[in-house]
Design a protein around this ligand. Structure first.
Ligand SMILES: [Zn+2]
Length: 178
C-alpha cells in the first residue's frame, strides 16, 4: 500500500463495493465501508494507515496468500494465514486481523473481533510498528511472572484476557530463603 487514500483499502474487496465510473470519467469508490464506524474508529484507521502498520499487515496478508474481507469497526480480515509464526490462531497488524484456516469462524465472533480491535487501537497509540517490540517485552514479562505470555501482558490485559480467549494465571510466588 503506497497511498494515503483510504479508498485503496475500501476497494480491497471490490465484489462488495465496486468502483463506478462517473459521467466526468473519474472513478468513484463506494464508501459503504465507512458506514457504522465511529469517529474514533475512523481516526484509528487513518493513524494505522499513516504509521504504516496497516500497510505492513496488508503486505503480510498478501505475501501469505490470504484473502481479504472487511470486518467490523474498520478492521480488515485476512483469512488463510499459514506461516509458522506467530502461533496464535488470530493476530493483528495495524487494522488487519489475520486468521489461520482453523480460525476462519472467528471473523464472525464479535467478542474476539472487539479484542483484536483494541490491539488495533494499541498500534495507533504506539505510533504503529513500535507496538511489536513493546508487545514482545510485555509478553516476556508475563512469561517470567506467570509462565504464560498473556496473563501479565499489559497489552493483552487492556484488550481483555477473556475476550481474547486467555485464562488468567496467577503470579508465581518467589521462593523465600530460610
Ligand atoms: Zn490479544
Amino acid at each position: 500500500m503506497d497511498s494515503a487514500d483510504t479508498s485503496d483499502i475500501v476497494g480491497a474487496d471490490a465484489s462488495c463495493c465496486p468502483s463506478t465510473d462517473t459521467p466526468s470519467g473519474r472513478r468513484r469508490t463506494c464508501r459503504t465501508y465507512d458506514v457504522g464506524m465511529t469517529a474514533g474508529e475512523r481516526l484509528r484507521r487513518y493513524l494505522n494507515l499513516i504509521n504504516l502498520s496497516t500497510p505492513v499487515g496488508l503486505a503480510v496478508a498478501k505475501a501469505a496468500g490470504c484473502s481479504l474481507q472487511r470486518g467490523p469497526r474498520g478492521l480488515l480480515v485476512a483469512q488463510g494465514y499459514t506461516w509458522p509464526v506467530p502461533k496464535a490462531s488470530a493476530f493483528t497488524l495495524g487494522n488487519v486481523v489475520l486468521l489461520r484456516p482453523t480460525a476462519a469462524h472467528l471473523a464472525a465472533n464479535s467478542v474476539l473481533m472487539g479484542h483484536e480491535a483494541r490491539h488495533s487501537t494499541q498500534y495507533a497509540c504506539c505510533l504503529g510498528l513500535p507496538f511489536l517490540p513493546l508487545y514482545g517485552a510485555a509478553a516476556l514479562w508475563s512469561l517470567l511472572r506467570t509462565g504464560d505470555l498473556a496473563s501479565r501482558n499489559i497489552f493483552e490485559r487492556w484488550a481483555g484476557l477473556g475476550e481474547g480467549g486467555y485464562l488468567e494465571r496467577p503470579v508465581r510466588r518467589r521462593r523465600t530463603k530460610n
